[in-house]
Design a protein around this ligand. Sequence first.
Ligand code: PMP
Length: 433
Amino acid sequence: MTVNDLALSDSPTNNILDAPSLWPAQAHTPTVNGRQLVVERGEGSWLYTSDGRKLFDGTAGLWHANIGHGNAELAQAAYEQMLQLETYHIFARYSNDKAIALGEKLAELSPIERAKIILNSGGSDAIDVACKLARRHWQREGRDTKKIILSREFAYHGLHAYGTSIAGLEFNREGYGSDSLVPETARVSFNDATEVEQVIERIGAENIAAFVTEAVQGTGGVNPPAPGYLEAIEQICRENDILFILDEVITGFGRMGTMFAAEYYGLQPDMITFAKGVTSGYAPLGGVMVAPRIWKPFYVDSPDTPIFRHGATYAGHATASAVALKHLELLEREQLVARVARLAPVLRRELDALATGRETITEVRSAGLLGGVTLHESLSAEQICDDLVELGFIGRPLRGNTIQISPPFIVSEDELSDFINAIGEAIDARSGK
Ligand code: PMP
């Protein structure tokens, strides 16, 4: 059947026309069509699907459900805020009380001293803003050749125009007609600080606006930095007048066992992007923490002070902000970041035990409550994750034949250990053990 037949056919011979109208994200549609797992309810670390399954959420969805599903206090916070004021924009002299309060809270938590906070709707938004602001910064300084954004092989920074352009996962960049949607980008290899110096030498620091990196690469396969790598990059950025942007969309708000990965690795970025963990996904929210070096010129008391011409209708959304405030309160009240710090060595131990004696596992990696299990090429991470669903667990295949492990912070040690054991069971079943 051709595409034209499809358009004309009123009695399709296969089920393409029966597929739901919702276009699934990141999906090979013929593969998922007819076998979607439709989640209807969540409670803590567990999910319930329309076909009657109960599944352990071993990835916290897309690394977002840190506090776990079905939290009534967060639902209540959203309900109360919507009754009071769903939202009001924060353009020019208008604002809303919840966005302002969240700004204060985030500035207090931020590893960047005296940060200003830009709010928007998610991680891809945050990356777009950070990259635009980096260029805006240098333009305002009169150094408008500084435009190029450097990023790393295997990087994932969302999929808006900038995220697509700086992606280190080639399949996310392909198919848009040129090397990059935004032309001024360049990539460096994944863990080699010396090479970064060479790339800067070649391109010229006078042409580079910023270096963007995740603290621990997530979608690229759960890749912690080589020891000293991020510290070296920060130093190189300082020496070359290149802004250092740390993407903490996954690591922010506790996933490392510290509030931010910047603290974990002892970094002082010029900007930090965040999303997911600021609300644990109870409302779409993200943003950028901005250092004084960048924001001050936009705050000078003068008619000539420039405006940062960025903003969206839902920037500082009042209900999303109210949910974030309650969520951050719960994170502190339940001491969930300390809990992650306690669980991190448990995860490490479980992963080491999983790898021991299994040639089908080529490597296990972890940092905080982030883990990756890389399989030998005789196995497929995608297949193993499908098998895991049949065992009642959700893992996720990532680049490099790796299985993602990033359970909610509220996971019990027993649940964590059951999950890792299930991965072992699925691997052994496929390798004929
Ligand atoms: N940066 C990183 C490091 C991410 O992991 C993600 C999402 N997985 C994003 C940015 C994009 O965030 P969002 O999907 O909320 O746009």
